[in-house]
Design a protein around this ligand. Structure first.
Ligand SMILES: C[S@@+](CC[C@H](N)C(=O)[O-])C[C@H]1O[C@@H](n2cnc3c(N)ncnc32)[C@H](O)[C@@H]1O
Length: 228
């Protein structure tokens, strides 16, 4: 069965508490990673930048703030998340649009950059989404992806696993009154591609100059690449 409908329902439900939960869960580091994403995506000039799975809009907002001459679209399939984004960033001219990352409603070769935070972990087929992203990017356009990465089995592993298994679901219950959603989040992290595997999928989708950097004790990865 496709993950889509369950994921959409889950994000619709946690939308009001999403930002607070994010700050607490990542110990305030999440905005720094988003700034890194925007820096890697580069300046769209007066062209278009797409932030997919924009959620409550942080990456789209940072992009619009850093590059005021560009046009920014924040797109997501959860209407409640988009509503939060719209409320939070009313003063910025960002186009908020509903769409499914598996089938993008945009023509070929449209965007200077496509960014997404925590999308691929939630889709059935990362390669299909990356091929869609490749299609809508202009030649030379940049893709930048922020997501969780399964931790490596080193001396920190038991502590990270403990935090994932018990700490994050506990915070989910406390802050968002939704332990199940945050248990899903940690489960989907453990099952997700390693950073090396994900880089190989970017290459398979056609991207060149693919590379990545890890953050937060190797549990967060930012991948990037360029359309030929
Ligand atoms: C964890 S949130 C991340 C939000 C934001 N990018 C951030 O950095 O905080 C993941 C978002 O991906 C969206 N999403 C998941 N699968 C999607 C899909 N197939 N198409 C569009 N949006 C999707 C969810 O609705 C949710 O808003």
């Amino acid at each position: 069965m496709s993950k889509g409908p369950g994921v959409q329902k889950m994000f619709d439900a946690i939308a009001p508490n999403y930002d607070l939960m994010n700050r607490v869960m990542t110990m305030g580091q999440d905005q720094g990673w988003r700034r890194f994403v925007v820096a890697q995506a580069g300046d769209p000039g007066n062209g278009w930048a797409l932030d997919l799975a924009t959620g409550t809009g942080d990456i789209a907002s940072l992009m619009a703030h850093s590059h005021p001459s560009g046009h920014v679209i924040g797109a997501d399939f959860s209407l409640n998340m988009l509503q939060e984004a719209q409320k939070r960033f009313q003063k910025q001219s960002i186009a908020w649009q509903a769409c499914d990352a598996n089938h993008l409603p945009y023509g070929d070769n449209n965007f200077e950059s496509v960014t997404f935070g925590y999308l691929l972990r939630n889709v059935d087929n990362s390669l299909q989404v990356l091929r869609e992203v490749y299609r809508v990017l202009k030649p030379g356009g940049r893709v930048v992806c922020l997501d969780t990465t399964p931790p490596q089995k080193n001396f920190l592993y038991p502590f990270i696993r403990f935090y994932f298994r018990f700490g994050i679901p506990f915070l989910g219950r406390l802050i968002a009154s939704d332990e199940a959603a945050y248990a899903y989040l940690t489960g989907s992290t453990m099952d997700f591609h390693t950073a090396e595997e994900l880089a190989a999928i970017f290459t398979e989708a056609g991207f060149v100059e693919v590379d990545y950097r890890k953050f937060m004790m190797g549990t967060i990865g930012v991948h990037w690449g360029r359309k030929r």
